[in-house]
Design a protein around this ligand. Structure first.
Ligand code: NAP
Length: 261
């Protein structure tokens, strides 16, 4: 009787796309799925299939892992603003000759009526706020990204993030709103109006879950200081899970495994 040869597929996850892809692949008997999480979140939701947690120890550690686990394909589904993991993956996979796909939701694009100020980093966003002279700003950021804005003593900040910043940077005037998406358009409209927000700061994460604030800002003529995504290595890429599956099926079908478990 022939043993079924299962090729190892590694997903760098921690994102909606990473969980969705793992869910889709976990039941397949032609591959062995491993999801990798960075370990930033205590008690994270575990993806379907096998999971490992924590950094690899740079490119060298990742290379050892890929070899040891005899990984046949890697899908980098890390967040668009996770700037390092993708380049480590490109280096290690390039060295070992392992096919690598970038799975990334498309960025938001400005529409007529939008007043977006693209910025490359948070210090540039602080400068943009100074230039705009805004007074009541919605910071829709991660809790570790707030500190650069605390130098702006003459503005009120409504800080919306998923969990409590610890420590909270020394803002002169700020209110904390703990919430996680998806955010509904009517609720976003009401939030901007209730707090008299005259500017939003966010990053171009893309996706539907947090896009409603952009529509509400457009309707009100409110400027949006929008951090642009970091540069990434040029790689084959997929915008959604079906496209990633098509890439994987083409690959596994085209390259029968030489070994595996
Ligand atoms: P990063 O800057 O790209 O990575 C920093 C280091 O964290 C990497 O060098 C690696 O450590 C480790 N790492 C990152 N992702 C990993 C993964 N999936 N599995 C194992 N190790 C991983 O990433 P980050 O911005 O710190 O984000 C960490 C994780 O949170 C990512 O997986 C990302 O998808 C998720 N996330 C990030 C954001 C964001 O805005 N940055 C938002 C939502 C979710 P070693 O060098 O030791 O291997």
């Amino acid at each position: 009787m022939n043993a079924v040869v299962r090729q190892a597929v590694l997903i760098f996850g921690g994102t909606t796309e990473g969980y969705a892809l793992a869910e889709t692949l976990a039941g397949r008997d032609d591959l062995r799925l491993i999801s990798s999480l960075a370990g930033r979140t205590p008690n994270p939701r575990l993806p379907a299939g096998d999971t490992r947690i924590g950094g690899f120890g740079g490119v060298a550690g990742l290379t050892v892992f890929l070899r040891t686990e005899r990984v046949a394909a890697v899908i980098d589904a890390t967040h668009p603003f996770a700037a390092v993991m993708g380049s480590h993956a490109a280096e290690a996979c390039g060295f070992l000759g392992i096919p690598l796909l970038r799975l990334e939701r498309p960025p938001w694009l400005p529409e007529p009526g939008d007043r977006w100020l693209p910025v490359p980093n948070w210090p540039a966003a602080v400068d943009a706020l100074r230039g705009l002279g805004t007074r009541r700003v919605l910071l829709a950021l991660g809790r570790q990204e707030l500190a650069p804005f605390a130098v702006l003593h003459d503005m009120h900040f409504l800080i919306r993030c998923v969990s409590v910043p610890d420590p909270l940077p020394p803002f002169a005037d700020a209110a904390l709103l703990l919430d996680r998406g998806p955010f509904d358009l009517d609720a976003e409209r009401a939030l901007l109006d209730r707090h008299q927000i005259d500017c939003i700061v966010c990053k171009n994460s893309g996706g539907a879950a947090s896009a409603a604030k952009l529509t509400a800002a457009r309707e009100r003529g409110i400027p949006v200081v929008m951090r642009q995504r970091p540069p990434r290595p040029a790689l084959p890429s997929a915008a959604d899970v079906p496209a990633a599956l098509a890439w994987l099926d083409g690959l596994l079908g085209a390259n029968p495994p030489a070994g595996g478990t």
